[in-house]
Design a protein. Structure first.
Length: 277
C-alpha cells in the first residue's frame, strides 16, 4: 500500500554502497524508519530529498517489514545555509536528535514537525539568538510530548504571582517561598531553581502561547542565561538523554556559555531580585 506524506530527515545511515536507512519525522505517521534504495548515488532522483535536514514530500510503501520503503521523493527545502555554519549545524542536529528521542505519535506529529521547521528556519535566518531558540524548542517539544510543566501558579497556594517562586524540574511544578517551608519538597537535596519574573514569564509564553506567537518575545542578559539553563536541565531530567549532538554544540560555542551551572544559585539559595531583564 502506497502512502504520501511530508517529513524531515532526522538521521541517515549508509547501507551497502548505494542505499540509505532514514529516520524521518513525518506529518502523518510520527517518527518512522524508511529504506531508500540507491539514494546514496549522486545520480539518484532520491539523493537530495534524503539528505539530513531535508524537508521532503515522500511516497512510501509499507509491507510486512517494520520499516517503510521509499518509492519516490521530492525535496521541498534543504536548509542548506545551516551547513555553512558548524555551530548552527550542530544545534540543528540536536533538535533532530531530541525529536527522535521524544518520538511523537501520529496524533502530535504535525505539531512537532511544524515546531522543528519553524525553529530551523529561524536558526537559518539568524533572527533570534541560538540559545533562545534552543530553550524554546526544548520546552515546547517536551510539552507536546507529555512533559508539560505546571507553570500556572504555586502548586500549594495556587497564586499566579508570589514572592520567591521556585521551579522544581523533576516534578515540573512551582512552589512559592512562603509555602515552601511547609512542604517536604523544600529540602537541600531536592533540586529547585529560583525563577525571576522575566524568566517565568518567558517559560509561560513558550508553553502556553499559540504557535504563531511562540517566538515573539525577547530576553537578554542573566535572564536569558537562566532560561537556557533551566530548559536544558528540564530536558535532560525528563529524557534521561545523553545527546552527542548537544555535547558537540556546547564544545563549539564561545567560552561564555549560557548553560554553565556555576553561573546560577546553588540548591536552596534565594533568587536575586536584581536579576536583569
Amino acid at each position: 500500500m502506497l502512502a504520501k506524506t511530508k517529513g524531515m530527515i532526522l538521521k541517515q545511515r549508509g547501507i551497502g554502497e548505494n542505499d540509505r536507512m532514514l529516520t524521518v519525522l513525518t506529518s502523518d505517521f510520527g517518527v518512522i524508519e524508511v529504506s531508500a534504495k540507491r539514494a546514496k548515488s549522486t545520480k539518484s532522483p532520491l539523493s537530495a530529498a534524503t539528505q539530513l535536514l531535508a524537508y521532503s514530500e515522500l511516497c512510501l510503501f509499507k509491507g510486512r517489514q517494520s520499516y517503510y520503503i521509499l518509492d519516490s521523493a521530492e525535496c521541498i527545502h534543504t536548509f542548506y545555509p545551516l551547513r555553512l555554519d558548524v555551530v548552527k549545524l550542530a544545534l540543528a542536529g540536536y533538535f533532530c536528535e531530541l525529536s527522535k528521542t521524544l518520538s511523537p505519535s501520529a496524533d502530535t506529529a504535525w505539531e512537532f514537525l511544524r515546531l522543528l521547521l519553524n525553529t530551523l528556519y529561524l536558526l537559518q535566518e539568524g533572527r533570534l539568538p541560538d540559545d533562545l531558540l534552543k530553550a524554546i524548542f526544548e520546552l515546547r517539544a517536551l510539552s507536546a510530548a507529555g512533559f508539560m510543566p505546571n507553570l500556572v501558579g504555586c502548586s500549594e497556594c495556587g497564586r499566579f504571582e508570589a514572592e520567591g517562586l521556585c521551579f522544581f524540574p523533576l516534578d515540573g511544578i512551582l512552589i512559592c517561598e512562603s509555602c515552601g517551608a511547609g512542604t517536604p519538597m523544600w529540602r537541600e537535596d531536592v533540586l529547585r531553581i529560583p525563577l525571576p519574573p522575566p524568566v517565568l514569564s518567558a517559560m509561560r509564553h513558550i508553553i502556553f502561547s499559540e504557535p504563531e506567537r511562540m517566538f515573539r518575545f525577547q530576553l537578554t542578559g542573566n535572564s536569558l542565561s537562566r532560561l537556557c539553563w533551566v530548559a536544558q536541565q528540564y530536558t535532560l531530567l525528563h529524557t534521561e538523554g545523553n545527546f552527542k549532538s548537544l555535547e558537540v554544540y556546547q564544545s563549539m560555542k564561545l567560552p561564555a556559555s549560557t548553560d554553565r551551572k556555576e553561573n546560577f544559585p546553588e540548591l536552596g539559595e534565594k533568587q536575586n531580585k536584581n536579576d536583569d531583564t
